[in-house]
Design a protein around this ligand. Structure first.
Ligand SMILES: Cc1cc2nc3c(=O)[nH]c(=O)nc-3n(C[C@H](O)[C@H](O)[C@H](O)COP(=O)(O)O)c2cc1C
Length: 167
């Protein structure tokens, strides 16, 4: 029941990626949340059984790659579901690895970790970031399925309650 109801909370999709001695390791997440602006912090939650989380914490840095809809097969690949049908282009600098063509790339150092039941809560301090000037159509996830945005956000009345969503 809990999983079913929480799956109605529609999210974006991101890949958390680290460069290990054996090459890149990553996992697909939708538990990504912005935490703080000063310092700039985000968090994601990773299952204890994740093969990525051990190396990632040992390396101490990772990139968060916010996916666009053209990267759906990359999401499936890093969720361990398929061979990737599209080429995965990885760019590297200063010990970080990230996915080309992402809607946003946030390079983080591990800031803190917390126990969260069968998951680990990983807080990252964003040390650098980049993204295309204009957002590409995002990849969305809802009730266990990938979705595309099929309405124009400009048609929807929005109230960001002073959060400065576009800062
Ligand atoms: C859209 C989507 C979102 C996911 N979000 C998470 C998440 O937030 N945390 C998590 O631990 N697993 C999440 N998963 C499952 C992992 O991606 C999956 O278990 C993956 O195989 C873990 O890889 P690893 O064991 O190599 O680290 C998600 C899967 C999908 C398809």
């Amino acid at each position: 029941m809990y999983r079913q109801l929480m799956s109605r909370f529609a999210t974006g999709v991101a890949v958390v990626l680290s460069e290990s001695g054996d090459g890149p390791v990553g996992l697909t997440v939708n538990s990504l949340t912005s935490v703080s602006l000063d310092p700039v912090l985000l968090l994601f939650c990773a299952r204890h059984s994740s093969r990525t989380i051990g190396p990632l914490l040992a390396i101490g840095r990772f990139s968060v790659n916010v996916l666009c809809e053209s990267q759906c097969s990359i999401s499936q690949y890093f969720a361990g579901q398929t061979e990737c049908r599209t080429p995965i282009i990885i760019e590297r600098q200063d010990g970080f690895a990230w996915l080309a063509e992402s809607n946003a790339v946030l390079r983080c150092r591990v800031y803190a970790t917390y126990a969260g039941g069968d998951h680990q809560i990983v807080v990252g301090n964003v040390v650098s970031m980049h993204g295309p000037a204009l957002s590409r159509p995002p990849l969305l996830y809802h009730e266990g399925k990938y979705l595309r945005v099929n309405f124009n956000a400009a048609d929807v009345e929005s109230d960001t309650s002073g959060y400065g969503a576009f800062d």
